[in-house]
Design a protein around this ligand. Structure first.
Ligand code: SF4
Length: 552
């Protein structure tokens, strides 16, 4: 199904199209969208849905009647915030499969990967697509395009239990099919390969590498590949495998840094395992996302406050964090503890107070991705049922006259950026076995326009069997904010196109040289390889590499 037929199926009818065209013309002429929509309601008086407007816009452009108009498109786009951070995230789920974990808080649902419920938004889409990776990616790209989001830069987020527990032939097939969907874009028909690689369809690493090469110039380039796993699955060999797949970021459940709490919740690993895993990931240049859970069995409000500080004081220092307050669900073992009176969920107010305390302590180099999981509140037996917890916590922080300085709270969104006004910052911190430099450009309003994570491994950092990494300083992330523009297009003041990335790379090189490193490597997502190539990097075995030496 191509984009036009998708739009026709979902929204196109000549009468609606006529009204949509009038609304679009008025908005193009400067009228506010809400006013134009109110002035031209549909039969029966309802307001026209935005997806119909977007479909009509595409129709007008495709027919040649109108030129592309990115300003108009950005004014009618649905949920513009989703792509404001510069990339479009496509979430896919792996098939149902046993997880080595036995965590008491983790829900189980038939036909779903461990810990996911059928009616969580991303999970529902995966279920409808029978967990087929190609169809999940393909349909999501179509949906984004149809509602006016750019789809040229895709971060692929692979969820579902513990990635490393899946068989490697399944992993290879799954990732290859995701790339196939990004490579074939919006013009190919979805496949019907079901949830398993067919026996005669075994994918080998060479086939995946071929798909990678195609993606370097594809319409939907992969700018990040994320998997989720457990700390005790992270080994040097596993990291090498993840690089071969193209993974750039790893999400791990730390959940707690207190061995007593970990044991009570049957996590099956210790805090030391999490520290070892974060150190290995850092030494290999991966971006690190930790999940942390307040209100686990055995935790108290006070122990949670202490536990959270360990993230920053004891060497873990994740780049991003997802705070998932424990939710009491009937299909989790924890439910029986609650029935026996051995577990009590925090109240919504206790949780808001706790999270407001914690959020205000998060260092500037970390991004808080979530502070509650997307589980529909109808599943929650007792305790907080509010899904708007992030807003509640931010309001409480404001009420206290404080602010959160995490990346998400400070990133440039729709604001225009004047490059001459930006200030350069080098924030140095010391997680286990590394010196980190969080380099950023900041606006006079204290918003982050772009940043780079440079990791300088300590002499005693874990050794990894990857030749690219010898005497190398590692660039773990380069992120320049702004609406993710079509490659080659321009938008006045958008931070992505005013050379911030190049400036950050230059600064990183200077710092690496000053610390005695002779090589700079980047954990480049497949679709960003060409970008680094054009900035003097060459392909190593698994990273983009540049030998560096002092000028003169
Ligand atoms: S490791 Fe993760 S998916 Fe597995 S049981 Fe524990 S929480 Fe659930």
């Amino acid at each position: 199904m191509n984009i036009e037929s998708w739009q026709k199926k979902h929204s196109y009818n000549p009468e609606l199209f006529g009204i949509a065209k009038i609304v679009l013309e008025e908005v193009r002429g400067g009228r506010r969208l809400d006013r134009a929509l109110r002035a031209h309601t549909m039969d029966g008086g309802g307001m026209m849905p935005k997806h119909v407007l977007i479909a009509a816009y595409h129709e007008l452009v495709a027919s040649g009647e109108w030129q592309e108009d990115s300003t108009l498109l950005s004014r009618i786009r649905m949920k513009p915030v989703r792509t404001l951070s510069g990339v479009t995230t496509v979430t896919v789920l792996t098939k149902a499969y046993p997880c080595p974990g036995r965590c008491v808080f983790c829900p189980t649902e038939a036909y779903m990967p461990k810990s996911y419920l059928k009616d969580e938004p991303g999970a529902a889409r995966a279920f409808q697509n029978k967990f087929d990776p190609y169809n999940q990616v393909h349909s999501r790209i179509l949906e984004y395009a149809a509602v006016g989001h750019p789809t040229d830069k895709i971060e692929l987020l692979v969820l579902g239990g513990t990635w490393s527990a899946y068989r490697r032939d399944y992993q290879l097939w799954f990732i290859k099919r995701c790339y196939d969907a990004m490579n074939e874009g919006t013009t190919a028909e979805p496949t019907d390969e079901g949830v398993q690689p067919a026996e005669n369809n075994q994918i080998n690493l060479t086939a995946l590498q071929h798909a990678h090469e195609i993606n370097e110039m594809a319409a939907h380039r992969n700018v990040g590949l994320v998997i989720e796993t457990r700390p005790d699955e992270i080994t040097p060999a596993e990291l090498k495998w993840l690089r071969q797949l193209g993974v750039t970021k790893v999400q791990m459940g730390a959940q707690s840094l207190d061995d007593r709490v970990l044991e009570m919740n049957l996590r099956g690993h210790t805090a030391a395992d999490t520290l070892r895993a974060t150190s290995l990931l850092r030494a290999a240049g991966f971006k690190i996302v930790l999940h942390w859970m307040p209100n686990l069995l055995g935790a108290t409000l006070e122990s949670d406050r202490r536990d959270f500080l360990r993230l920053w004081q004891d060497g873990y220092a994740p780049d991003e964090i997802k705070i998932y307050p424990t939710q009491l669900l009937e299909t989790a073992e924890l439910y029986h503890y609650w029935q026996r009176g051995e577990y009590t969920p925090y109240t919504t107010d206790e949780l808001i107070q706790l999270l407001a305390d914690l959020k205000a302590t998060i260092p500037e180099y970390c991004r808080v991705n979530r502070i509650i999981r997307d589980i529909p509140s109808t599943h929650v037996v007792e305790g907080n049922k509010r899904t708007s917890l992030r807003q509640d916590v931010l309001l409480e922080i404001q009420r206290r006259g404080k602010s959160c300085r995490c990346i998400r709270c400070r990133e440039v969104r729709t604001s225009k950026v004047d490059v001459n006004e930006l200030k350069f910052n080098d924030l140095i911190y010391h997680p286990a076995y590394a010196e980190e430099h969080f380099l950023s450009f900041v606006t006079p309003q204290d918003q982050i326009a772009g940043y780079l994570r440079l990791s300088l491994p300590s002499p005693d950092a874990p050794r990894l069997d990857m030749a690219d990494l010898a005497n190398a300083a590692l660039i773990r992330e380069v992120h320049v904010f702004g609406q993710s523009l079509a490659v080659g297009s321009e938008q006045n003041g958008a931070a992505q196109h005013i050379g911030l990335g190049t400036s950050l790379l230059k600064k990183a090189e200077e710092i690496a040289l000053a610390h005695g490193f002779s090589r700079l490597v980047v954990i480049a997502a497949i679709g960003t390889r060409r970008y680094y190539q054009s900035r003097g990097f060459t392909r190593g075995e698994l990273y983009m590499v540049r030998e560096i030496q002092p000028a003169g």
